[in-house]
Design a protein around this ligand. Sequence first.
Ligand SMILES: [Cu+2]
Length: 149
Amino acid sequence: MKALVTVVLLASAASLPAWAAQISVTDAWVRATMPGQPVGGAYMQIRSDADARLIGVSSSVVPRVEVHEMTMDGDMMRMREVKAVELPKGKTVSLEPGGFHIMLMNLKKPIVVGDSIPLTLVIESDGKRQTVEVKAEARAMDGAMRHAH
Ligand SMILES: [Cu+2]
């Protein structure tokens, strides 16, 4: 089993252009949505082996995807769209409820627990762009925080 994993990792590394940063994405998930709820959130941890930035996200199954940051403004939670999320070399950056997150917008149907949502991350490093394909698994809404736009 271990040998197989090693081979797969080598194969994907070999297919990358020489300039590309090595990006690893772990724990990618989306929050399941209620019927009629037009927006959802996607979360993950991203680590790059070179200084890089996440500059965009798209999905074949979501009409519009934005990268947001949630901040406290007094005691109000506010969200705004950000142009980029910095991915400093070697540091694991969390996209999580209450911080940076990926916003899935204009949803046509609910995201159901167990759905697998494909996301394409656009990452820039050293002035060049690469894409990283991620599958985010839908998990149950925990009711902790509702997105209000
Ligand atoms: Cu948001």
